[in-house]
Ligand binder design. Structure first.
Ligand SMILES: Cc1cc2nc3c(=O)[nH]c(=O)nc-3n(C[C@H](O)[C@H](O)[C@H](O)COP(=O)(O)OP(=O)(O)OC[C@H]3O[C@@H](n4cnc5c(N)ncnc54)[C@H](O)[C@@H]3O)c2cc1C
Length: 561
């Protein structure tokens, strides 16, 4: 049996920040189903928000975030995020991050949506990539043990306390048990529940489902972010940096239509507002070819596009054949980010002793009902660092080892065996890919930007049917190296649980707030719904409750841009 004081699951920004913070004080290892530098964090282009300039202030960053969250973000958590931001950006600078610079040598900052000031620190449009590589190098330097291409399958919890992990080593094809005193889940989002998403194939919400099945509480799962600008057809992200650098949105009449929806902020209104505006233009017949709108960067000029948006240009050329230096590019909204996640306190602790969570997998609720661009990367490093610090306080070499995994291990082994065997599907032509496709289509069509009771009910029914069909399917190939049939099977299972929870939570919330827009309840309703949705696993399925929002300074008012 392998042992470590602390295991961080996830080699993205949140996981590597946590691990490198804790390294040296405790024996910490990183487990990651991908090679760490292939994590989705590496795809982030826009930047990390932090109030660095003397003309900006932490207070104004806090206010923008509270307002952006449609007043559902916990204000105590937002205060932590924004006030620790500048310090963490400097720490990353000292760790070697090559930030883009201003003429006088300071860290350059750009405007992103919903911000009152150009506040996103960036490295061209490769921001996530360079920070991920810097942190990975820091992990190597500190001698952090990594387990790349090791897959967390279940958390082992005995008497409400973490006692270890049940994992699958892809290269050997064997399962292993890792005994540890604490676990930090930093497993990222669940974008692959949707047909149209900017997320990587690996973003299957594993940590959220694994924690939920082990008894952790999830929160605010109905809040799913749809990014306004993804390439039409492939949904490859066109970073908000493109609008931050001055890009315009046009409909088929050549109108900059955002003046109808957000006359002051225009293209730099928050994402929920811009995504709804685009859909509305298309619905009312002003979409180009009836399907998309145009993002125009041509007026920025070739030099600026090459310097500030090289990746955006490259992706547009590759995937649409259009060079944004010469012509506008066709874009449409798609799923992008999970506001909901594993509920944690300000120190990243969950309701299971010894289990912490950080990054996109977690919900400490800094984004509330809608995340601002640049705040997620900031969250990964601020709360990754907090998780690393907290775990050092909780665990030391002297801390007693938790109980050996007993009942929980028996259950995990039983569940594992259940994956294999011969199929007995309800429909003989059924397979895991069909189920995944139907789940994806259902989530994009019925649990998307605009939601109604009847469509959400339809989604819940379809998902229940898919879960039943899923339970009859088995994996034919036994344990063997790189068994992707098995991985696909397990991940679809995780996503089905989450999709059902998202649809049920959306059905339950009879108001519109941030990214959750109910056409049958178009108003925000603070009287009944100024609270978090809390979700836990009951005997028969998910159960739902409420928790108050932490409000320190800013009372909810109507949100206009
Ligand atoms: C295209 C794109 C661009 C973005 N741009 C920005 C931006 O400019 N600014 C901003 O603020 N935000 C941006 N975001 C959001 C932000 O990048 C992510 O929310 C953030 O990087 C998530 O980091 P993370 O460390 O929580 O998870 P990830 O980087 O997704 O890492 C998850 C890790 O968990 C591991 N893992 C998952 N499941 C398992 C398992 N079962 N077993 C073992 N390991 C597992 C994976 O291997 C991976 O290492 C963007 C997102 C996308 C998709």
């Amino acid at each position: 049996m392998i042992t470590h004081d602390v295991v961080v699951v996830g080699g993205g920004l949140a996981g590597l920040m946590a691990a490198t913070t804790a390294a040296g004080s405790v024996d910490v290892a990183v487990l990651s189903k991908l090679y760490p530098t292939r994590s989705h964090s590496g795809a982030a282009q826009g930047g990390f928000n932090a109030a660095l300039s003397e003309d900006d202030s932490v207070e104004s960053h806090i206010f923008d975030t509270v307002k952006g969250s449609d007043y559902l973000g916990d204000q105590d958590a937002i205060e932590v995020l924004c006030s620790e931001g500048p310090e963490v950006i400097k720490e990353l600078e000292w760790a070697g991050v090559p930030w883009s610079r201003t003429e006088d040598g300071r860290v350059a900052q750009r405007s992103l949506g919903g911000a009152g000031f150009p506040r996103a620190c960036f490295a061209a449009d490769l921001s996530g990539h360079v920070v991920l590589h810097t942190l990975y190098e820091r992990a190597l330097k500190l001698g952090v043990k990594t387990y790349p291409e090791w897959y967390l399958v279940e958390l082992l919890v005995e008497n409400g306390r973490i006692s270890g992990l049940f994992v699958y080593d892809l290269a050997s094809g064997r399962t292993e048990i890792i005994r540890c005193k604490a676990v930090i889940l930093a497993t990222g989002g669940y974008g692959r529940a949707f047909a149209k998403t900017t997320n990587a194939f690996a973003n299957t919400g594993d940590g959220m489902t694994i924690a939920y099945r082990a008894g952790a509480r999830l929160a605010d799962m109905e809040f799913v972010q749809f990014h306004p600008t993804t390439l039409y057809g492939t949904n490859v992200l066109v970073s908000e940096a493109a609008r931050g650098e001055g890009g315009y949105l046009f409909n088929n009449r050549g109108e900059r239509f955002m003046d109808r929806y957000a006359p002051r902020k225009m293209e730099l209104a928050p994402r929920d507002v811009v995504s709804r505006a685009i859909f509305n233009e298309i619905k009312e017949g002003r979409g180009v070819e009836g399907k998309y709108v145009n993002l125009d960067l041509t007026h920025l000029g070739e030099a600026k596009i090459k310097e500030r948006l090289p990746q955006v240009r490259d992706l547009a050329c590759r995937y649409t054949g259009i060079d944004p230096v010469e012509k506008p590019i066709p874009i449409e909204p798609a799923q992008h980010y999970s506001m909901g996640g594993i509920r944690t306190d300000l120190n990243c602790e969950t309701n299971i002793k010894g289990l912490l969570a950080a990054g996109e997998a977690a919900n400490v609720s800094v984004h509330g009902a809608n995340r601002l661009g640049g705040n997620s990367l900031l969250e990964t490093v601020v709360f990754g660092r907090r998780a690393g610090r907290r775990v050092v306080e909780m665990v030391s070499k002297e801390t007693a080892w938790p109980e050996l995994p007993g009942e929980s291990l028996e259950r995990a082994e039983e569940n594992w065996k259940n994956n294999f065997g011969s199929n007995s599907p309800l429909d003989p032509r059924d397979n895991i890919f069909k189920i995944r496709r139907e789940m994806n289509r259902t989530m994009t069509e019925y649990v998307g930007v605009f939601r109604t009771e009847s469509e959400l009910k339809q989604a819940v029914d379809i998902l229940a049917g898919l879960k039943e069909r899923y339970s009859t399917l088995k994996v034919s190939r036994k344990e063997e190296p790189f068994n992707y049939e098995l991985i696909e099977h397990i991940e679809v299972g995780y996503l089905l649980d989450l999709s059902e929870i998202i649809a049920l939570a959306a059905l339950r919330r009879t108001e519109s707030r941030g990214a959750h827009y109910r056409t049958d309840f178009p108003q925000r309703n603070d009287q009944d719904w100024l609270n978090h949705t809390i979700i836990w696993r009951g005997e028969k399925g998910p159960e739902f409750g409420k928790e108050p929002v932490s409000i320190t300074k800013y009372q909810p008012v109507e949100r206009g841009y």
